[in-house]
Design a protein. Sequence first.
Length: 290
Amino acid sequence: MIELLQTLKLNLLHAGYAKLDNKWDYDRVISPFTRMFYVTKGTADVYHSNIKFYLKPGYIYLIPSYVYNRYKCDNYHEQYYVGFFEEVQHGLSVYNLKRFKYEIKASEADIELFKRLLVINPNREVLNSDPDAYIHNEATMLGFNIENNQLSADLLLETTGILTILFSKFMEHGSLVLSEDTGSVSIEKVLSYIADNLQEKISITELAKYCNLNVDYFSRIFKEKFGVRPNSYIQLRRVERAQFLLLTTQDSLKEISEKVGLGNMSYFSRTFKKITGNTPANFRKQQLSK
């Protein structure tokens, strides 16, 4: 676990300060990046992970990547906001490894970190508060590294450091989504193996053999540790990657289905709809038409 966390990479996408009224009302927002809000004035609501959060001054809120969420402000509120990409080794998400809180009380030091982030990263604000204006803008999503590469080495390191400090405050102490070992191979390596081979056919027999376990025992241990069966986990990861590609590339549906290991278009569409409630084609069309 520690080895994987040491590979954590955080890349800033945007940061700014917003004054928002009742037009801040958006449903079914799906972001391929993590968000943090620090509220300074007023109130609003955010719903994600089956929880409704009442945004209030003096608190910081975390919204993980790839969760369906809704924002609503009945009157008026102000917030510092940050969006960033997170990744650990082999394309895994840290949310696969650690449990997180989604609301924490801000300290004076936290407030200064938000302010400092804006000072050293000017002109990174979101000009349109509608999430679709930037989530589905390929130039914005794929070009964030250009802005980061223009930072001097010291400011890039400081930016990464600030993001790491703020992000770390939401991690549940000692709480792992998955424990350290499954047989003679750690479960994290199994997840890395799956992430590296999503474009290929992955059998449970193959995964069990990788862990030096029989199939039944491997499946039972995997479900105990992760909460879903291996096949369900693999399908979730395939659809999650497909969502990212649909939002951030112009690849055809066939190209995407092949890249995520669901090469049969009918099967790709059926699996995507089962998990998201929508077909890949409609998902892309609806998002791009907003």
